[in-house]
Design a binder for this molecule. Sequence first.
Ligand SMILES: Nc1ncnc2c1ncn2[C@@H]1O[C@H](COP(=O)(O)OP(=O)(O)OP(=O)(O)O)[C@@H](O)[C@H]1O
Length: 782
Amino acid sequence: MSRQADRLLERILAGSAAEESPVTHHTRMPARHGRTEPWPDWAPAEVIEAIQRSGIPHPWAHQRQAADLARSGRDVVLATGTASGKSLGYQLPALSALCGDDSGTDRAGTVLYLAPTKALAADQLRAITSLGLDAVRAATFDGDTPRSERDWVRAHANWVFTNPDMLHFGVLSGHSRWRRLLRGLRYIVVDECHTYRGVFGSHVALLLRRLRRVAEHYGAAPVFVLASATMADAGEFATRLTGDRCEEVTEDASPRGARTVVLWEPPLQPEITGENGAPIRRSAGAEAARVLTDLVTEGARTLVFVRSRRGAELTALTAGRALAEVDPDLADQVAAYRGGLLGEERRDLEARLMDGRLCGVATTNALELGVDISGLDAAVLAGYPGTLASFWQQAGRAGRAGAESLVVYIARDDPLDTYLVHHPEALLERSFESAVLDPGNPHVMAPHLVCAAAELPLRAGELERFGESTRALLDDLTAEGSLRRRSSGWYWTSLRHPHEQVGIRGSGGEQITVVEGDTARVLGTVDPATACSTVHPGAVYLHQGVSYVVDDLDLERCLAFVHPEDPEWNTSARTVTDITVLEESTREVAGGISMALGRVAVTEQVVGYLRKLPSGEVVDQVPLDLPEQTLETRAVWYSINEDLLNGRAPGGAWLEPARVPGALHAAEHAAIGLLPLFATCDRWDIGGVSTALHADTGEATVFVHDGHPGGAGFADRGYATLVPWLAATREAIAYCECPAGCPSCVQSPKCGNGNEPLDKAGAVAVLDIVLGAVRRDGKARA
Ligand SMILES: Nc1ncnc2c1ncn2[C@@H]1O[C@H](COP(=O)(O)OP(=O)(O)OP(=O)(O)O)[C@@H](O)[C@H]1O
């Protein structure tokens, strides 16, 4: 074993007996050579020289292709791997526009850059400023920009770096003050656009339509240049996001070193039991700290991704302590890197890791964007980050051209992680999931139409831009008095801007504001739909990785009061849930199974909460008295004919009636855990209900619904991929070695019912009959 990755792997496995090896799979991905192109003729010499001085001798082929498309006036998305130089794809045309490329327009060109985080926008600004081009007057415009600077930015900047929130609140709401920037707009850069998915993505999609509309009003015809982590159907996604056809560039021509990828399942801990006596695995964080210790001892520069800031700190601390026992000097070689660090601290940490003064860094998943770190020896992922795009974004931090690197993915105790470490093909060979968003959701669209009308009266001829249901929504908004209809269009009638009332990160309805009681500092907002289960009194609330405990939830005033506290437990709400079918949009029947998609009303009441230690051990259950909440959303469901369930029909499950509720409940939990494999959602974005006899279907039914009013496209995606989704669900349950259900298969951390009843074997039987019937009789599906 001569390769570095093999040596590192040998080291991290040294502590485990061969028959107990946590490694479920390992594979080597070969190196790739880079492909360059000459600089384009249209780019001014000073731009090329400045970029060359920054250390880029030639563009990679994909950078040139994206830049050419943008320069020719076509909207384009560049979706290539981590550190593949996506920035140059938009920098080249944008800088050229600012430095007077011969584009035929007489206006002074301007550029607007949008990033999902302030930190990323600041990093990009720094990169542009460091090129030292005189014609470029770049500035950030975000919540931190002092009032005194804002006027300068509006009056002089020709490249503005901002974020969707600021675009909504600070630019579009008073666009006439931005006239100069808007009328010159040549390019709108949407960086890390794969993060705009789900409800937030739908908001951003509508925001971009509003931006294009206002820019056109001032006579500009901006070109959109989007950068994305690798994803399926990037062009289609970008088209949905921007509302206009986008070309895609997806072939990555940057060089890459070889990588060994290892899938790792932590062992069960015989001495600890969790909810209902279930076995529990060693936590992914503890395992990651151990792996980090070994890798640092070997001198391998390593980045560890964990779930929370507390987790990052704990991992660094645990590894630091273990290293101190080996060699006191090594203890200082590890650190935690987390959100909330000042820009300078972050850059210092990045620099120390890159030049080897630091050897190991533990970071939160949230920081994967805009981290200027690549070419490390190893990346350790404690838990699946939710999407393949994020997985490779994180894994891609390891690997220098010409060197071997190691990626270790450690499964958390959860069905999706369990499935993935036992089905390497789903991780390593599957094409990327397409990002889901639904700008047509009326709950999301209505407030944007109001804002759009306030920005400029809406004309009948331009409604198509916003989508099919625009006209009907405008009629509703007019009827309720939000807008006024005149012959020339729809008007906002108040003198005040509606923008402040519209949150672009929530799912409609007034957000619950989370306030630190002692200081009155606002920490963040929570969706009203989920407030009772996330910020009920006694709940542990994490904000940017810092822990708070909720003192009071005032639903009338939409406020939750918290104080900083880091108890040793976390909390999960107990709920009673009911679901009603409001409208069935599609239905298919196959051999005793009905599969449907439609609108539902989910009524939920939080009746208490459970306090649990990080090991999974339950401390106690506390009762609560909170009102019922109803959520109108979309759901996918399947129902099973009674004869098929109890075995009378051929291919039946032979389930005794007493086992049916537990079997359906277990199948529902695992299905929720696995949907994120097919739709870019988190298991917290969706919910489920199962019942042995549902009043609307008249049969045993399992529902999986979106967690946001009106839906975000996840249930629709579940319906479209029902067979592979349920097949993966079945596999995740069947592969888990526990005897009767555990967090790795059918237990859910957010079960409102205390994970009871659950029947693991029954769930496999239910899924077998569903899949069997659909494969036999559902020709279109099988
Ligand atoms: N053509 C090139 N030749 C050599 N180095 C390059 C080239 N293009 C970009 N780089 C370097 O590659 C690194 C990564 O570039 P960049 O940050 O633009 O990548 P990215 O794809 O945006 O990364 P991320 O995946 O983090 O979003 C930078 O240090 C940059 O200077």
